[in-house]
Design a protein around this ligand. Sequence first.
Ligand SMILES: O=C(O)CC[C@@H](O)C(=O)O
Ligand SMILES: [Zn+2]
Length: 467
Amino acid sequence: RLPFSRVTEEDLAFFRSVLPGRAVTDPDLLESSNQDWLKSVRGSSELLLRPRTSEEVSQILKRYCNHRNLAVNPQGGNTGLVGGSVPVHDEIILSTALMKDIRSFDSVSGILTCQAGCVLEDLSLYLEDRDHIMPLDLGAKGSCHIGGNVATNAGGLRLLRYGSLHGTVLGLEVVLADGRVLDCLATLRKDNTGYDLKQLFIGSEGTLGVITAVSILCPRKPRSVKVAFLGCDTFEQLLKTFQLCRAMLGEILSAYEFLDSECMRLLNTHLQLSNPIRDCRFYIVMETSGSDPTHDEEKLHSFLEAAVTSSLVTEGTVATEDSKIKALWALRERITEALTHHGYTYKYDVSLPVEQLYQLVTDMRGHLQGRAKSVVGYGHVGDGNLHLNISSQAKDPALLAAIEPFVYEWTARHRGSVSAEHGLGLKKRNYIYYSKSSQAVALMGQLKALLDPKGILNPYKTLPDEQ
Ligand SMILES: O=C(O)CC[C@@H](O)C(=O)O
Ligand SMILES: [Zn+2]
């Protein structure tokens, strides 16, 4: 524990006066905020603050935490996978759960402005009624908050089509460690007036400021959406199918995801989800989103015909109605959940040159020689992002020692990134040097010192212990 102050009765009295009824100390209520979704890390915070406005966040930080040297753990939906969203020791949890206002939506430009605590799925439903969609979609959409999504630069299933949050977020309101409210809440597509400060906070995991509001560019709701679930015998075929798909579907391709046969086995066993096609070594979930159902249908049909006649794809099924589309997507979205029923999971989220994406899984299996309960590979092929998950019955230090640093060295050798989309949080921060130069990490440290000189915001996260 770094030498932060501890919360006193006097501090509590202040928080209670600023947030009447919303400064929570009941240990039962704190329990779920202290533990991450994976149940892999747990803090021991004794105070959960639930502000409603940026002004309240500002008061908490300015008049108090910064001045009193109290550490703060900003928390959204607590669905992160790298231990970034829970306290490590007794940091005060600052939750965005009550910051749920949608401030505006402009249906001409598609720009939505809302508070940080809006749940992603609620925003999606709100937009759907207005003929738009969110530019990001994640398995955790039912619980994750947009502020947390931005703070972690969450990727998800639509990145291939709509790009990352670095492109779709147009503005942010951020409360800095000293309580200043930084209003960068622009709603402009173009704004070239100097440094683009909001970018600093996208992916900063709450270490540089607390995001309190977001404005984001939302695409029109596509008029026709189709999902195909395909099977391939080799990963090489899966990649060739991707090339063919890009060539033949072009602008209507909106997702190209994969899972291996081991993932399918876990979906069957733990979630009773059945395979809609014959057993194959690899499966593709691909989606088209366009504006003309007949045109999209023709394109998808010619692509599938070409993929089958050239023997790239051995099996497949297509969905056009909502319920079947959801069922096919569940086979990709619920792998993480299936894994939680399978034992303890060591998770790796790497970016690699797409040709090498699956080689890491194969090499890991060879390297571990059956020591793990299972080694699975799935992820966002279109984004060059592999999720390698390794399960064991329970936490297993010997297995971990066999996996790391092997996995990081392998990734660095192929010039990949050790965190493609989940961030560094608590768990991955010390592996940053596998993907970033020491100069870059040093500059990150200087930025942190500039914006949060006392280091009160989400300590022990993102930045490595040694700088
Ligand atoms: O659990 C994981 O490792 C991946 C979670 C998520 O990023 C996904 O793409 O399903
Ligand atoms: Zn992912």
